[in-house]
Design a protein around this ligand. Structure first.
Ligand code: PLP
Length: 338
């Protein structure tokens, strides 16, 4: 089976397994786990922030960030198709009592400075006030678009001018950096906090990081405890995550494979796939007279897995468990399926 459902499906390699076995550990709630402390220090260095916090999942990282930045009852400006809005169970409302004001970004999910100014709500007797702007890079639902540093900076500056902090959902931050040819720290520089996943393209078995200023991360640490994310001998999972953090320079390979996959699928009658910017290939199957679910069912029968991303759109994600050869096999399998 060639599993292209997500870049989360990778298995840890020997180096990561050995790191887990050999990890020095302690109770991280007491901040006595040396491996977690090292991971947090290293992660902050890599993205150029004062501090970072290890969290079990990206969802928790986003939700803790949102909770930490805002007050109950405020509004949060978010791109309409962003992960925090679409795929986190309405967590902002459920966990933090927040209302989303959704902004429709452009076809790559870019939210403009002007849209932030339009969406901003000043607090008064009738209006709750805007407490936060969230941005996403790469933008998952928009096919892994890698949003340019200048666009992030412009939009963040508009929020800052209004006194609104900015959180970046950078689950695939290093994919964005690789595609844009910049350091991840340059993407993070204009925002107040950023979450990035270790368990996606980097291949760690568990975990994400929330990065930001020292005072923010101190408060976020309480938020993580509140949401049930205070872990004990977490060095066991932090050690492979630390090893995975050094995998960030191999993501170009995934991007190349995604482009090859898209080109191959686009050549198949009835399918259309634009050239991906990073490791996410979106395939429109409306030309086949089948829904994405039907199309993916047939693909599964031929040994390829993907996920439906719309009535007629399927998502295939490349990652380090699939190479050039698997991509070629996948294209042939999809052709057979149709
Ligand atoms: C995967 C993802 C998350 C959530 O990460 P989990 O570790 O699965 O909770 C958040 N944002 C984006 C953009 C993602 O792709």
């Amino acid at each position: 089976m060639i599993d292209l459902r997500s870049d989360t499906v990778t298995r840890p390699d020997d180096r990561m397994r050995e790191a887990a076995r050999d990890a020095e550990v302690g109770d991280d709630v007491y901040r006595e786990d040396p491996t977690v402390n090292e991971l947090e220090k290293r992660a902050a260095e890599v993205v150029g922030t004062e501090a970072a916090l290890y969290v079990p999942t990206g969802t928790m990282g986003n939700q803790v960030a949102v909770h930490t930045h805002t007050e109950h009852g405020q509004e949060v400006l978010c791109e309409r198709e962003s992960h925090v809005v679409k795929w986190e169970l309405g967590g902002m409302a459920q966990l933090s009592g927040l209302q989303v004001r959704a902004i429709e970004g452009d076809d790559r999910g870019v939210v403009s400075a002007e849209q932030v100014r339009e969406g901003y709500v000043a607090e008064d007797l009738h209006r709750p006030g805007t407490g936060l702007l969230t941005l996403e890079n790469t933008h998952n639902s928009k096919g892994g678009a890698a949003i340019e540093v200048e666009r992030i900076a412009e939009t963040a500056a508009a929020a800052h001018d209004l006194g609104v902090p900015v959180h970046l959902d950078g689950a695939r931050l290093f994919n964005a950096a690789a595609a844009l040819g910049v350091e991840a720290s340059e993407i993070v520089e204009p925002v107040d906090s950023a979450m990035f996943s270790l368990s996606k393209g980097l291949g760690a078995p568990v975990g994400s990081m929330l990065a930001g200023g020292e005072a923010f991360i101190e408060r976020a640490r309480r938020g993580r405890k509140l949401f049930g994310g205070g872990m004990r001998q977490a060095g066991i999972i932090a050690a492979p995550a630390l090893a995975a953090l050094e995998n960030r320079h191999r993501l170009d390979e995934d991007h190349e494979n995604a482009r090859a996959l898209a080109a191959g699928l686009d050549d198949i009658e009835g399918l259309s796939a634009a050239e991906p910017e990073t490791n996410i290939t979106l395939v429109d199957c409306s030309g086949t007279d089948h829904t994405a679910e039907e199309f993916l069912g047939a693909c599964e029968g031929e040994g390829v897995l993907g996920v439906a991303f719309g009535e007629h759109v399927a998502r295939f994600c490349t990652h380090w468990d699939v190479g050039e050869e698997e991509v070629e096999e996948a294209i042939a399998a999809v052709e057979r399926a149709l």
